[in-house]
Design a protein around this ligand. Structure first.
Ligand code: IMP
Length: 183
């Protein structure tokens, strides 16, 4: 069982074995969909780094990767709704088949902003891969093209996802419960 910080509680939601199996399936689908093409994966830091590194190794195509960082929730569990680019891409995406790789699609605020920014740079195509999807939380109508798992409205950590920078290293995706009064 993963070790929780102070009075926080962790409960496994998706085991690492199930994550691995699903990542392979998603990568196979990408490999089929982009047959004969090169795909350019854009990871959204920091949460997507683990998903991206597992995913790219299972894609059997020519690939390249780049990263963007956008403002996150910080130490809070709720989105402020305001998105800021903290780190931009290193190179142009013009004419490339881009897949934005996200850890989780929640309200959709981050991705709808990012898609708008990236679309203006004239990629050949632009799709989304997200390990997790919480459809019940959606504010902006964003749909993942490649989704690992739909999950209920719970705050989750592990496999790249954090709470106050902790828990990204957990192999399983776990539901995090904070002590009373800390939400
Ligand atoms: P959105 O803009 O609300 O869709 O949120 C996107 C970002 O919020 C994700 O990339 C995560 O960094 C963060 N986030 C949303 N839900 C969770 C969660 O359950 N655990 C950890 N981070 C989350």
């Amino acid at each position: 069982m993963p070790v929780a910080h102070e009075n926080e509680k962790l409960k496994i939601l998706i085991r690492s074995t199930a994550i691995h199996k699903r990542v392979v399936q998603v990568a196979c689908k990408i490999t089929r969909d982009y047959k004969g093409e090169r795909v350019h994966l854009v990871g959204v830091l920091k949460g997507a780094c683990i998903f991206l590194s597992d995913l790219v190794r299972e894609i059997n195509l020519e690939t390249s990767i780049d990263f963007m960082a956008v403002s996150s929730y910080g130490k809070k569990k709720e989105s402020s709704g305001q998105v800021r680019v903290l780190k931009d891409l290193e190179s142009s995406i013009e004419g490339l088949h881009v897949i934005v790789v996200e850890d989780i699609l929640d309200t959709g605020l981050t991705l709808s902003y990012l898609l708008r920014v990236l679309q203006q740079r004239r990629p050949a195509s632009l799709r989304i891969a997200a390990l997790l999807d919480k459809p019940s939380r959606r504010i902006k109508p964003v749909k993942g093209d490649y989704v690992g798992f739909q999950i209920p409205n719970e705050f989750v950590v592990g496999y790249g996802l954090d709470y106050a920078e902790r828990y990204r290293n957990l192999k399983d995706v776990c539901v995090l419960t904070l002590p009373e009064g800390a939400q």
